[in-house]
Design a protein around this ligand. Structure first.
Ligand code: FAD
Ligand code: NAD
Length: 465
């Protein structure tokens, strides 16, 4: 080993994704001497190959599709010349957003006086790691080790990544819209990106092993998305598995055992992500695992004293906002605060068209956990704001205990409902009752009125439906 230099710190964080960089910022702000080691780019999967670039492409796809299919514009009397897509500009726009945010992350780390190192970290023991940087190897001794190494796309043995078989990372880096795209996996990534590429002009087929798309969500929530896929000409093949891809043809087999071939220029495989536990030398540690993930308790403590783990490496739900919340908490615990990850709910948002939000328990799960429940569903077709946008498909649904009306869950499907997720999560986290939501004045005309009305409906006193 060349050029080995010794560094010491209080907190060493391996992985600079949303979990790791947020932990580093908070640790730095709290005056803890902190080193953050990242072998790729600060901001992690979320900023560079995940949440942000995917939403930038989805926005561009929405804009292009709205202009090329201007029914809503016709209805409000706006006429257009035929629009053209310059996808190179779309990609440049996405890259500019990512670069701006990455600069922001760098500045925040600096402001918090975090020492950031670029390089791959390998753990030696619970108090030491080596950062293999371009400038040489550095041995880092720490009091607390935080593992935030995240996750990476899962490969299918029959469809290894490479050539025209893409993970989400390569799909987001495409510089041209493929004429045809087969998507394997109708989960978050498959449906978000599949719909976006369909709007950008690709002929899209989605192959899902389970009997329905977006199996994480209940049927009532996913139906509007299925209908929109039909409008967009997306072929959905559920109960089907991909067998292999050669010469522009994806072979699939259905539940009935029948084989079919789908012509596709590119194949996006989005069948889940797996934790990055094999790279950083974690075998040197005596960590208890939970399947492929690192087992943590409510404080994100691992089975080793002063070794912590946060984010995707700790399991589902693999979401950026969960990673950030865990990172913030661990830094505060190391600084001596009493904290536990005792959230009532972590919102899940799917940025399909229409969008889906689920916070807390579905009616089925609430019934199973609490017995008697009440629920209220308010459709956007009775909501003035949704009508003015000519996007009135979907609803807000609220679920509460029958005895004391404490809200157990809120779900919604509709255009732009991702922005309602904060109100839903706040209601659950504050232990709101139906009466609290019903008794709050919601601004008119907004889509948030559907939340208010859903609560009124659950109380048996609806106004606008
Ligand atoms: P990561 O973001 O994976 O970061 C881990 C970092 O650790 C990486 O930068 C990696 O380079 C680094 N690392 C790994 N090993 C080492 C090592 N040995 N030494 C040094 N560094 C190392 N979530 C949402 O909440 N909302 C969304 O809309 C959303 N959209 C997504 C879209 C796509 C296409 C994808 C792929 C994911 C999306 N996610 C979304 C999930 C989200 O990106 C992850 O949940 C989040 O990034 C997890 O954060 P993390 O810090 O745990 O890990
Ligand atoms: P996912 O778990 O959401 O979906 C994978 C889908 O692939 C499932 O529906 C599964 O049944 C299907 N599948 C599995 N094996 C298959 C096979 N052999 N053939 C056909 N279908 C198969 O995983 P993803 O879409 O890859 O996303 C990974 C993770 O990234 C998500 O779990 C989520 O945590 C995160 N993510 C979140 C968002 C968001 O919050 N909006 C967006 C994108 C990604």
């Amino acid at each position: 080993m060349t050029n080995m230099a010794d560094l010491t710190c209080k907190v060493l964080i391996i992985g600079g994704g949303p979990g790791g960089y947020v932990a580093a910022i908070r640790a730095g702000e709290l005056g803890l001497d902190t080193i953050l080691v990242e072998d790729g780019r600060f901001g992690g999967a979320c900023l560079h190959v995940g949440c942000i670039p995917s939403k930038a492409i989805i926005e561009a796809a929405d804009a292009f599709h709205a202009l090329t299919h201007p029914h809503a514009l016709d209805a409000i009397g706006v006429a257009l010349a035929p629009p053209k897509l310059d996808y190179a500009k779309t990609v440049a726009g996405k890259d500019a957003i990512v670069a701006r945010l990455a600069t922001g992350v760098g500045a925040l780390l600096k402001k918090a006086r975090v020492r950031s190192l670029r390089g791959r970290a390998t753990v030696v023991d619970g108090k030491t790691a080596i950062a293999h940087a371009d400038t040489g190897d550095q041995r880092i001794a720490c009091e607390h080790l935080v593992i935030a190494t995240g996750s990476e796309p899962m490969e299918l043995p029959a469809l290894p990544f490479g050539g025209d078989v893409l993970s989400s990372t390569e799909a987001l880096a495409l510089t041209q819209v493929p004429p045809s795209l087969a998507v394997v996996g109708a989960g978050y990534i498959g449906m978000e990106l599949g719909m976006a590429f369909a709007k950008l002009g690709a002929r899209v087929t989605v192959v899902e092993a389970l009997p329905k798309i977006l199996p994480l969500y209940d049927e009532e929530l996913t139906q509007p998305v299925g209908r929109r896929c039909a409008d967009l000409g997306i072929e959905l093949m559920v109960g089907a598995k991909a067998l292999g891809f050669a010469k522009g043809a994806l072979k699939v087999v259905g539940d009935d055992g029948r084989e079919k071939t789908i012509a596709a220029d590119k194949v996006l495989v989005a069948v889940g992500r797996r934790p990055r536990t094999d790279g950083p030398g974690l075998d040197k540690l005596d960590l208890t695992m939970a399947g492929p993930f690192i087992r943590v308790d409510q404080r994100c403590a691992t089975s080793m004293r002063n070794v912590w783990a946060i984010g995707d490496v700790t399991g589902e739900p693999m979401l950026a906002h969960r990673a950030m919340a865990q990172g913030e908490m661990v830094a505060e615990i190391i600084a001596g605060e009493k904290r536990a990850f005792d959230k009532v709910a972590i919102p899940a948002v799917c940025f399909t068209d229409p969008e889906i939000v689920a916070v807390g328990l579905s009616p089925e799960a609430a019934r199973a956990a609490h017995g008697q429940i009440v629920s209220g569903l308010f459709p956007f077709r009775a909501n003035g704001r949704a009508m003015t946008k000519h996007k009135d498909e979907g609803f807000v649904r609220i679920v509460a205990r029958a005895d004391n009306h404490v809200v157990l869950g809120v779900q919604a499907v509709g255009a732009g409902v991702s922005e309602l997720s904060a109100a839903f999560a706040l209601a659950l986290e504050m232990g709101a009752r139906l009466e609290d939501v019903a008794g709050t004045v919601h601004a008119h005309p907004t889509e948030s009125e559907a939340f208010h009305e859903a609560a009124l409906k659950a109380l048996g006193k609806p106004l606008h439906v």
